[in-house]
Design a protein around this ligand. Structure first.
Ligand SMILES: CC(C)(COP(=O)(O)OP(=O)(O)OC[C@H]1O[C@@H](n2cnc3c(N)ncnc32)[C@H](O)[C@@H]1OP(=O)(O)O)[C@@H](O)C(=O)NCCC(=O)NCCS
Length: 437
């Protein structure tokens, strides 16, 4: 772990604090050697004041227990018919899984409680077939879950529901995760299964909008195995119901959970209900990406050439705009305190994202930041976007005489002959909150 990794994590902490993550773990993952690492990752989430609700499946354990007993079961994952014998073996397997998880949570010092928060009703007769002890989630007892969470207790929810008459139903854990996330207004669902996420022609698809996920479920279902198809379907539905992000991760992969939550790359497939945008500070690890981003504009002389060392030397002046973890724009603000002038520089928006107001967003951000720092004016120098600054930003062209002496020297030494524009900014204006979802 590098210091820069820790700094990278820091930007997420205020956004995630006190928010609810539903972590849905397949039975197969509970039985895997990587489960111990997942428990540690859960402890990390809890230590950052993220409220975790654990939902677990048990299909692998049900199938195994049934085979050990020589029993033919009617269904393992809670989506088909659950006959009497299947319910019995399912309850035993679920209890074993619960016990295993409880042991693990205790080992990482997490307080947890098994919860009967899923109120279910019978799935009923579908297509003329009675699904017997298979249930559907009728409602989630959010009050009890909030009570646990507020006391720092992690609720553990089995793929079992109960009705008001004390009857027990087998429910599907993907559906439980969805219902719990919706009812608890969770920020995320993290599905941990044995699949890598959505992979097409050997390539992992990192992100899908709701409509893309729905299209996938409708048209390309043959490309997905049954478990992943169900998760993608539930992910899209959860997003439609207001859960902002659902992640499909390979729980056999060490660090899957933390990499997905706290890094820009992520390792699974994320389904999102809206684009996540933020303007954030730049870290050293971003410098290479910024240089790649602006390279084309530097080549066409729209932007002045900057070396890596130039950017690193003024790292705190640079800001980037991210959309769903992708770097799509940047801006720098160089302060000249004596003249109470700030220079807005290196404004760039990736070609694929032009014309959507991101340039103005970055420009406004920089201007408000300048005002907050007590500057009276913002300068912009441009060879090809001076019309943009004038027409879209309300800047006025002036002579290079307004440049602070040091800046003027550089201007005269260069051969760019940029137009100089200026805009008054009002003190007291607050910068837009960076890092907000
Ligand atoms: C200039 C730039 C930042 C605009 O980004 P953007 O996100 O596309 O801008 P917005 O979406 O806020 O605004 C788009 C509008 O500006 C106009 N516009 C874009 N570039 C322009 C330019 N060079 N001159 C005049 N108008 C321009 C568009 O036609 C569009 O007009 P409309 O709203 O009437 O349709 C982007 O084109 C860019 O990165 N250019 C190369 C780098 C550069 O020159 N930077 C400025 C020097 S610091």
């Amino acid at each position: 772990m590098k210091v820069s990794d820790l700094r990278g994590i820091l930007q997420y902490v205020p956004r995630f604090r006190e928010r609810i993550f539903v972590v849905a773990i397949d039975g197969e993952i509970v039985a895997s050697p990587n489960f111990a690492n997942i428990l540690l990752d859960l402890a990390v989430l809890r230590s950052l004041s993220i409220k975790v609700i654990l939902v677990h499946g048990a299909a692998a354990q049900i199938t195994q227990l049934a085979s050990e007993r020589g029993l033919a079961i009617s269904n393992a994952d809670g989506t088909g018919i659950t006959d009497e014998a299947t319910l019995k073996v399912s309850l035993e397997a679920v209890t074993n899984v619960m016990n295993e998880i409880m042991q693990g949570l205790t080992a990482v010092d997490l307080r947890a409680a098994y919860s009967n928060a899923i109120i279910a009703h019978p799935a009923g007769i579908l297509g003329g077939v009675d699904f017997l002890h298979t249930g559907r989630v009728e409602r989630v007892d959010t009050k009890s879950l909030h009570l646990f969470l507020n006391e720092g207790i992690t609720p553990l929810i089995p793929p079992i529901g109960y009705d008001g008459e004390g009857k027990t139903f087998r429910v599907n854990s993907d559906a439980v995760a969805l219902e719990v996330a919706e009812a608890m207004q969770a920020m995320k669902i993290l599905f941990l299964s044995a699949s890598d996420g959505v992979v097409v022609d050997g390539e992992l698809i990192g992100q899908l909008s709701i409509t893309e996920a729905e299209e996938f479920v409708k048209k390309k279902r043959a490309a997905l195995d049954g478990g992943l198809l169900s998760k993608l379907d539930h992910a899209a539905r959860a997003c439609r119901l207001g859960v902002p992000r659902v992640h499909l991760l390979n729980g056999l992969h060490d660090e899957a959970l933390l990499s997905e939550v706290f890094s820009q790359e992520g390792i699974g497939t994320m389904v999102y209900s809206n684009e996540y945008q933020q303007i954030r500070r730049v870290f050293k690890k971003d410098v290479r990406a910024i240089m790649t981003l602006i390279r084309q504009s530097v080549d066409s002389e729209e932007l002045v050439k900057r070396t890596r060392a130039d950017i690193v030397a003024h790292l705190e002046d640079y800001w980037v705009l991210e959309i769903d973890r992708n770097l799509v724009g940047c801006v720098a603000l160089h302060i000249h305190p004596e003249q109470e002038i700030a220079e807005l520089a290196c404004l760039y928006v990736h070609k694929n994202h032009e014309g959507q107001g991101y340039g103005r967003k970055l420009m406004t951000f920089a201007e408000q930041l300048a005002a907050e720092k007590g500057m009276k004016q913002v300068l912009a120098l441009s060879t090809q976007a001076f019309n943009y600054f004038q027409q879209k930003g309300g800047y006025t062209e002036v002579t290079p005489d307004v440049l602070p002496p040091e800046r003027r020297k550089k201007y005269d030494a260069g051969a760019r002959n940029s137009k100089v524009m200026v805009k008054a900014v009002s003190p007291g204006a607050k910068p837009p909150a960076s890092g907000s979802p």
